[in-house]
Design a protein around this ligand. Structure first.
Ligand code: RB5
Length: 150
């Protein structure tokens, strides 16, 4: 599948690792930067992926900053985006099964590369289970509609 990717300087090294990993397991990462370790502002890169997901131009995305917190806050400003900060395997599994997370966020300064690859694999492969969880996502949509104009 096509997966948009972006990071700041705190996530650059891990983005490069994960990009290669995604290709090795048959996916198509779309790299939207940043492209080196020069200091940048994570909102400028988080929006690039979140906008595409929100508009429906792309189904899934991965964002990486130092902690994953800044990128999560940015991405979840966008309607239709369900960005999950998953720095462990349990979160990676359940953010798909229960919350249908369309953006995975990882802290590049927290998670080692091998664990990060496993987190990505689990997040890519785990389906949303629906059922009662669908009702909860619909409630999130209702909240979005009430609180955002666009
Ligand atoms: C950048 O130094 C750092 O603040 C950023 O990568 C991220 O951790 C923010 O949440």
């Amino acid at each position: 599948m096509q997966i948009g990717m972006a990071c700041d300087h705190g996530g650059f090294e891990l983005k490069e690792e994960l990009k290669a990993y995604l290709r090795s397991i048959g996916h198509e990462p779309i790299d939207m930067g940043t492209f080196n370790e020069d200091s940048v502002d994570y909102p400028d890169y988080g929006v690039l992926v979140a906008e595409k997901i929100s508009r429906g131009d792309m189904g899934r995305g991965i964002l990486i900053c130092g902690t994953g917190i800044g990128m999560s806050i940015v991405a979840n400003k966008f309607r239709g985006v369900r960005a999950a900060l998953a720095n462990d395997l349990f979160s990676a599994r359940f953010c798909r099964e229960h919350t249908d997370a369309n953006i995975l966020v990882i802290g590049g300064r927290i998670v080692g590369r091998e664990l990060a690859k496993e987190i990505v694999r689990v997040w890519v492969e785990t389906p949303f289970v629906g059922g009662r969880h669908q009702r909860r996502l619909e409630k999130i949509e209702t909240i979005e509609k009430k609180n955002f104009k666009s």
